[in-house]
Design a protein around this ligand. Structure first.
Ligand SMILES: *[C@@H]1O[C@H](CO)[C@@H](O)[C@H](O)[C@H]1NC(C)=O
Ligand SMILES: *[C@@H]1O[C@H](CO)[C@@H](O)[C@H](O)[C@H]1NC(C)=O
Ligand SMILES: *[C@@H]1O[C@H](CO)[C@@H](O)[C@H](O)[C@H]1NC(C)=O
Ligand SMILES: *[C@@H]1O[C@H](CO)[C@@H](O)[C@H](O)[C@H]1NC(C)=O
Length: 459
């Protein structure tokens, strides 16, 4: 039972949180926001590497008569709450005209605030700051600040604005090859596997930050080589892996657990799980698809939302979904299997450009997103833009300094600008590599608020 008084207090608390912690803090004269670099560097003295360094981004746009901000300070706590704290870094903007600075401050994999570290316990709704903050100044006067943050409950927190939007019109932040991350700290060996990993946070952490679309490719392995012998895997569940192309990376079960735990705790959030391709072990083997379907049904059961094209083929609204109380959409990239189970959504269209340069990607995405014909199919109201560069085999052989981390770094900041300024209105799902290097979670949330203010949708 929901007690109205408690619900009202919760709304007021969230409203205050929102006004206090606008993630991209802005005033009339500009904004500053923090991201995390996908790059790494070796450390000379040992075999370790440094990764996940903090990046400061800013965008100044002042009225003609106002003086421009002149500096940004980076803190390890909220400067608004601690007047004596010393900055870890001060940037004089005259020396850094580009709107971007990569610091050597390591973010690492910090504990998640608000009770959102895995392992149960009370979790608080609303956005929560991690420890790093950046603040903008003019002549020593504080203008605005923002923090690196998680927003685990953004959909339900914003229910009064977003509830009537069909899911096919929402802008939904996602990850590409969501299960391809390394557990624990990065080592040199991992770092040199340059074309394997696409993410550096596990699926739980992705969801807690605000990601709502997961792109999964599954491989089937009846036996796994161990200690120079091949051992048959007798537990069926353990035969399914998340793959990057033909290489297995993470046991599927660990991703299923993360999604289920998240949906159990964040009780108003909607997650889209896209089983997009089956690169190993499924060809001509419908029984393996059925095994996978039965595992999904057993693990997610009452959380699974049935396919629903909604009014105008744009899917159910968030309000519709909350009324039904089932918040997991499972899209399945094999039509035959979809035909057998009425709870699987049809294959999702992924707009993937196979591009190797930022210009090429921009041209492709522009044509796709702004073009007259949306690439969604008539059966599935959802579609995804894959906003990442793709290496060609020659890159993999010939560019020793290249890799997916460099490729993500070379476009992540452009993606922030393109989607914020030009493409937010037409975009449904957008999936990226190393998502902490762009600001698309925040841009999606702000875009959805803008979308909710537009009366009628024709997409
Ligand atoms: C403020 O920050 C300083 C330096 O980090 C710390 O020593 C002090 O305890 C903090 N004060 C409060 C009220 O948090
Ligand atoms: C980080 O950069 C600052 C300024 O460039 C330098 O003084 C400091 O030694 C660097 N710290 C590390 C850990 O590399
Ligand atoms: C593999 O070999 C190591 C040491 O030889 C042993 O400790 C381990 O239990 C073996 N693992 C399996 C799965 O048999
Ligand atoms: C990407 O961003 C950089 C830095 O702002 C800019 O110089 C470059 O032109 C952008 N690339 C494209 C294709 O827009």
């Amino acid at each position: 039972m929901i007690i109205p008084g408690v619900e009202m207090i919760r709304s007021i608390v969230i409203f205050c949180l929102l006004t206090l912690h606008d993630p991209v803090s802005s005033n009339q004269c500009g904004k500053v926001w923090l991201t995390v670099s996908s790059l790494w560097r070796p450390v000379a003295i040992n075999n370790k590497v440094v990764d996940a360094e903090l990046e400061v981004n800013w965008d100044l746009d002042c009225p003609a008569n106002a003086g421009y901000p002149d500096s940004i300070k980076v803190f390890t706590a909220d400067p608004a709450h601690n007047k004596t704290i010393k900055p870890q870094l001060t940037l004089l903007l005259a020396e850094h005209p580009r709107g971007y600075y990569r610091t050597n401050i390591t973010v690492g994999r910090p504990p998640l605030p608000g009770g959102w570290d895995e392992g149960g316990g009370a979790t608080l709704p609303g956005p929560h700051c991690l420890k790093h903050h950046a603040a903008l100044y003019k002549n020593g006067e504080f203008l605005t600040s923002s923090c690196l943050q998680i927003w685990p409950t953004w959909m339900y927190d914003l229910r009064r604005q977003l509830g009537r939007l069909p899911i096919g019109t929402l802008m939904i932040p996602g990850t590409h090859n969501s299960g391809c991350y390394k557990h624990g700290d990065l080592t040199r060996r991992d770092a040199f596997q340059r074309y394997l990993l696409t993410q550096d946070r596990d699926v739980w952490t992705q969801l807690v930050h605000g990601i709502r679309y997961l792109d999964i490719r599954v491989g089937y392995y009846p036996s796994i080589p161990r200690n120079n012998t091949v051992v048959e895997e007798t537990n069926y569940v353990n035969r399914f892996w998340v793959n990057h192309d033909i290489i297995r990376i993470t046991p599927l079960m660990s991703i299923i657990k993360d999604v289920r735990n998240f949906l159990d705790v964040a009780r108003g959030e909607v997650v889209i799980l896209d089983f997009h391709r089956f690169p190993v072990g499924f060809e001509g083997r419908p029984s393996r698809h059925r095994r996978l379907a039965s595992i999904l049904h057993r693990e997610f059961g009452g959380l699974i939302l049935r396919p629903d094209r909604g009014v105008d083929g744009l899917g159910p609204t968030l309000n519709d979904i909350w009324t039904v109380g089932r918040r997991l959409v499972i899209c399945y990239g094999d039509q035959q299997t979809v035909n057998e189970y009425d709870w699987l959504w049809p294959p999702m269209t992924q707009a993937w450009g196979d591009q190797q340069t930022a210009e090429g990607l921009k041209n492709y995405l522009e044509r796709t997103i702004l073009g007259s014909k949306r690439p969604r199919t008539s059966q599935n109201p959802l579609w995804a833009v894959m906003a990442e560069l793709t290496p060609i085999p020659l890159d993999i052989m010939l560019k020793p300094s290249g890799g997916l981390r460099q490729m993500a770094d070379s476009i992540n900041r452009n993606l922030t600008v393109w989607f914020q300024d030009e493409w937010w209105k037409q975009t449904n799902i957008v999936a990226t590599d190393f998502f902490l290097g762009n600001n698309l979670i925040d841009i999606s949330i702000q875009s959805n608020i803008k979308k909710s203010n537009i009366a009628h949708w024709r997409l």
